[in-house]
Design a binder for this molecule. Structure first.
Ligand SMILES: *Cc1c(COP(=O)(O)O)cnc(C)c1O
Length: 466
């Protein structure tokens, strides 16, 4: 058929829109969206035909221009366009706080409370007892105080913004003394020195990359000094010929010169996890050294929503709540809803380890992980038969998210190989599955690390492989 005749067969948009299968979409998604999508589908058909050579036009399948077929294409396109950009994914990498995969998955109660509180109105800034305006700061302050032993607390948008407001309230126009070994990049081009400068504080670097003594801080103190600051080495280790000042030494120095000491702890670990190979400072223990103000993330080892928690002496926290930046970095009701439920778990350490996914994954028993890997291998065999070879292998999982970089958690994975597909193509196909499965490649094997795969996701991983 020649091109002109083919073009004439393209159905009119009005005819397509009258097709029965599209009616439901009109109702649910609105006529503007459906009409625009149909127009797009018809336009691309026209373009496709115009681009044909005479030879190819002869072979063109005109059946696909039938009204019902075009309507089907419109429906396919509607589903495609309607898909969210932000979707769930399965983390089979064994890295628990995977920043690219959204850091901490939330506990069930946190998720349910987000829906409950945001579906309707709430008392976000309303004191129902007094019948007048309340403060959103009060929602989690007392709980954080109860759990950490701090005088006062504040929740902001993330730990980066916590750094901003802490320095702005405590050291703007003054010098803040920090070790050269701690002036680091956290990731995504977020550098501690840049943030400090933005806050209006002047950075005063002391010591060297590998060694900073308490005397280095002391020698740098002058009439312009506003604060002493320590930044936890979250995402790197300095090994070998090293020295750093301890929190206790800094607190003593701060007392001697009447200067506040700030500790950017980063990871927000609330309980002692050394029994599980995680030798990191925790919030209550660090605070007990006498630090004036401490800050950490809500979605790293704390296991909650994105947030920055600031704890410390009442006079400083009060000043931060009044600082104009507080409004710019304030937290939404959904974050408060998730954070309150997450924090409540910490009233009992056993409950926290059981219910907060991040802690549960860190403390997972190796024998249990092996049994889980066996269940995954069985599910894959049931779905895929002999098409794939599966084998259980031992792996070293990681904390991730710029936390505890040297810690390796002994775990188990299912290694998958295929006679017909390369490891790379398997990895790519899993990643592009409608529920993306993010796997790891090691020694040309596709590894599905079970520590970070939830029990109810095992069957889904097997289906994805099929
Ligand atoms: C992660 C981290 C930050 C940044 O925290 P976000 O919550 O990602 O903004 C700042 N300081 C330290 C030490 C960190 O580990």
């Amino acid at each position: 058929m020649n091109k002109k005749d083919i073009l004439r067969r393209i159905p009119k948009i009005d005819e397509v829109l009258q097709q029965q299968p599209l009616f439901d979409f009109f109702e649910e998604k609105g006529s503007a969206f459906v009409t625009d999508t149909a127009r797009g589908v018809i336009d691309s058909l026209r373009k496709e035909i115009l681009a044909l050579t005479d030879e190819l036009a002869e072979d063109f399948d005109v059946d696909k221009l039938a009204i019902n077929r075009v309507a089907e294409s419109v429906i396919d396109k509607l589903y495609e366009e309607d898909r969210n950009n932000l979707i769930p994914a399965i983390n089979a990498t064994g890295t628990i706080l995977h920043t690219n995969l959204g850091r901490a998955p939330l506990c069930r109660e946190a998720v349910e409370n987000i829906a409950k509180v945001s579906r309707s109105y709430s008392n976000l800034e309303y004191d129902v007892k007094a019948g007048k305006r309340g403060s959103r700061h009060d929602i989690v302050s007392s709980l954080i105080v109860e759990l950490t032993g701090a005088e006062d607390a504040m929740l902001v948008n993330n730990n980066a913004s916590a750094t901003m407001i802490v320095l702005s309230a405590m050291a703007a126009g003054k010098e803040c003394i920090v070790s050269r070994g701690e002036l680091v990049e956290i990731g995504g081009a977020f550098r501690i020195p840049d943030i400090m400068e933005q806050s209006g504080a002047t950075l005063r670097e002391v010591g060297t990359t590998n060694k900073t003594k308490i005397s280095d801080y002391e020698n740098a103190i002058n009439e312009n000094t506003g604060a002493l600051m320590k930044v936890h080495k979250s995402n790197y280790d300095i090994v070998g010929f090293t020295e750093e000042a301890t929190l206790e030494e800094l607190v003593a120095l701060g007392k001697k010169y009447d200067l506040p000491v700030i500790y950017d702890m980063g990871n927000g670990l609330m309980v002692d996890m050394s029994a599980y190979g995680l030798d990191e400072p925790n919030v209550p223990a660090s605070l007990a050294t006498g630090i004036d103000v401490m800050l950490f993330s809500g979605d790293k080892l704390l296991g909650g929503p994105q947030g920055g928690i600031i704890v410390g002496t009442e006079k400083y926290i009060k000043a931060m709540k009044k600082n104009p930046l507080a409004r710019a970095i304030r937290v939404d009701k959904m974050t408060f809803a998730a954070m309150e439920e997450t924090l409540k778990k910490y009233r009992d350490e056993k409950v926290a380890l059981r219910d907060i996914p991040v802690l549960n994954m860190i403390s997972a028993d190796k024998a249990d992980l092996k049994a889980k890997a066996e269940r995954l291998a069985d599910a894959i065999k049931a779905e895929c038969g002999d098409a794939l070879k599966v084998e259980l292998v031992e792996v070293e999982d990681q904390i991730g998210g710029g936390s505890a970089p040297s810690v390796r958690l002994p775990g188990w994975a299912v290694a998958v190989t295929s006679d017909t597909a390369t490891t790379k193509s398997l990895e790519r196909k899993l990643r592009k599955y409608e529920l993306p499965v993010i796997a790891r490649i090691q020694y040309d094997q596709l590894l599905l690390c079970v520590r970070t795969i939830a029990e109810d996701e095992l069957a889904e991983v097997a289906r994805a492989l099929k």
